[in-house]
Design a protein around this ligand. Sequence first.
Ligand SMILES: Cc1cc2nc3c(=O)[nH]c(=O)nc-3n(C[C@H](O)[C@H](O)[C@H](O)COP(=O)(O)OP(=O)(O)OC[C@H]3O[C@@H](n4cnc5c(N)ncnc54)[C@H](O)[C@@H]3O)c2cc1C
Length: 327
Amino acid sequence: MKNVIVFVEHSGGQTRKVTFELATQARRLADALGGEARAVVLGAGAQALVEQLKAYPLDVIAYAEDPDVDTFLLDPAVDYLVAVAQSAGPSVVLLPNTMLGRDLAGRLTARLGAAMAGDVTGIEVDGGSVACVSPKLGGKVVTTCAFKNADYGVVTIRPNSFTATAGGTGARTAQIEKPAGKSYAMVVERNVEEASSELGLEEAPVVIAGGRGMGGPEPFTSLLKPLANAFGGAVGASRAAADAGWVPYGLQIGQTGKTVSPQLYIGVGISGAIQHKVGMQTAGTIVAVNKDGTVPMGDFADLLVVGDLFTIVPELTKLVERAKAQA
Ligand SMILES: Cc1cc2nc3c(=O)[nH]c(=O)nc-3n(C[C@H](O)[C@H](O)[C@H](O)COP(=O)(O)OP(=O)(O)OC[C@H]3O[C@@H](n4cnc5c(N)ncnc54)[C@H](O)[C@@H]3O)c2cc1C
């Protein structure tokens, strides 16, 4: 394996933040392998996104402004990725570990006869092989697996596992020729709300997370959502809250959930167990709201607010709304 190819996920004319994290890793890996870092951007608006991508240290940005990518389910995108990978030769393809990234990765792995690693949180070149670190069995074990004797490797990377570092190096751009292929499944409707909630949490600048202290599902809607809305952020949760069925597992933050890296994280009624901490510890500012002044999150939070969340959160929401109205 020599080259590293990044699949660019985008929506509404914006490149997903995770793509920049992948592009940064692609540069590092390509340098270690002695190859090139390439990005592939497909579908409506692809050409316009090339400029955003040029801010990152890629060698080649390949694009195809092909409406079939948006009209048909996965097949055209997989055809393009296969064509790019085959023309690049032995390579590692990096995709985000999102719904779309996972779907594409499975098909791509089959089509390329590749090796695959999913939900990767660490990736290195070790003795010429690419080695991937990923938590398995609900986070009980962390595995490292290396691609040996494989021409192609397909890797889905957990968003927010790496920092994106800008620094364009004058990437060449190339339009990809439409590969021959057949598409059978057509998109007839998109569930916009669900799609945005998945990436909304991972890309939100502010995350308000609730734990067992919330006491049930209702305060997530009546207390946390208004605070998140006031900040323009998203609601997350601890595993205790997800296990209790108060919120969907898609909102769980931590070792076996999502990794978030917002500017501001507020943990409400969450103790701060290590398995939760690993999913939010890189947040810019960490605030904890807890009735217990000795709670573990107090050891790594920038601010621990001690008191009853049912009193503090509505007051905080009012303060934020008032500050916004005065701004
Ligand atoms: C293999 C494995 C993987 C795991 N993965 C994850 C993971 O991905 N994410 C995750 O979060 N956990 C994970 N866990 C679980 C983790 O160990 C903790 O059990 C969990 O994070 C606890 O959730 P919590 O903080 O919401 O609950 P608790 O630890 O019970 O904390 C609740 C807090 O709410 C406070 N509180 C209660 N009422 C109020 C009130 N009225 N006002 C203010 N504060 C109040 C309490 O003082 C307490 O600190 C994992 C565990 C294992 C073994």
